[in-house]
Design a binder for this molecule. Structure first.
Ligand code: GRF
Length: 220
């Protein structure tokens, strides 16, 4: 295990391919004020291009291959060895099993290249063009057992240009993804210091506790 920096949320990034969102998270994590560190990068393909980049950037890399019977068990062992707090999916192409998601509930985030809930699943940009949309974008969301369906943490809109094809659109949306993911991950891991989040949390707890008479206070 690498050096453990106190007070930073420890992130595991899971990838299957080139890892450009992974790179955006690694480079964002290098800012002194960044509230997270990338503790490990791994995935389901030992030859994924992004793993070479992560290794070259001196991030801990674990080259796993996918095996139906043991893969997710191995992954969890790895996360426990590396004291992982939050899992960030970045182009990870496996569906997480429901029991895995349940154990990590509220601690797995994903980036999807559309304005969810529109265009879940694969071939997103082609679907956006086929639907004649003039705006698309990208979404960072919490992962639940249903594909591309968890609570939305943040989105960026991207214009669809008249001459766009799926690849030109993907390229432009990717620029927005690289801006969005590091920022939303930072907001997410520091949410307990956010007065609005605390107010909402106290409010919803008070609603469920009959002994408490809760009077909402005005925001700042
Ligand atoms: C990104 O478009 C991401 O939104 C989607 O898969 C793609 C991965 O690209 N989930 P990269 O590996 O991060 O470059």
């Amino acid at each position: 295990m690498g050096d453990h920096v106190p007070n930073k949320t420890r992130i595991a990034i899971l990838i299957s391919g080139r890892g450009s969102n992974m790179a955006a998270l690694i480079y964002a994590s290098r800012a002194a004020h960044c509230p997270y560190e990338i503790a490990i990068v791994t995935g389901d393909r030992s030859d994924a291009l992004g793993l070479d980049l992560a290794a070259a950037e001196a991030v801990t890399v674990e080259r796993l291959t996918y095996d139906k019977a043991t893969y997710f068990e191995k992954l969890e062992e790895l996360f426990s060895d590396h004291a992982i707090d939050v899992i960030a999916l970045a182009g990870f192409m496996r569906i997480l099993p429901a029991d895995f998601v349940a154990r990590w509930a509220g601690r797995i985030v994903n980036i999807h290249p559309s304005l969810l809930p529109r265009h879940r699943g694969l071939a997103t940009h082609a679907a956006v063009l086929a639907a004649g949309e003039t705006t698309t974008g990208c979404t960072v969301h919490l992962v639940t057992a249903t594909l591309d369906d968890g609570p939305i943490l943040g989105q960026v809109e991207v214009a669809v240009l008249p001459g766009d094809d799926a690849s030109s659109l993907a390229e432009r949306v990717l620029i927005a993804e690289h801006q969005l993911y590091p920022r939303i991950l930072a907001d997410f891991v520091t949410r307990e210091r956010n007065p609005e989040w605390i107010r909402e949390k106290v409010g919803s707890l008070a609603q469920t506790t009959s002994e408490v008479r809760f009077r909402p206070i005005a925001g700042p």
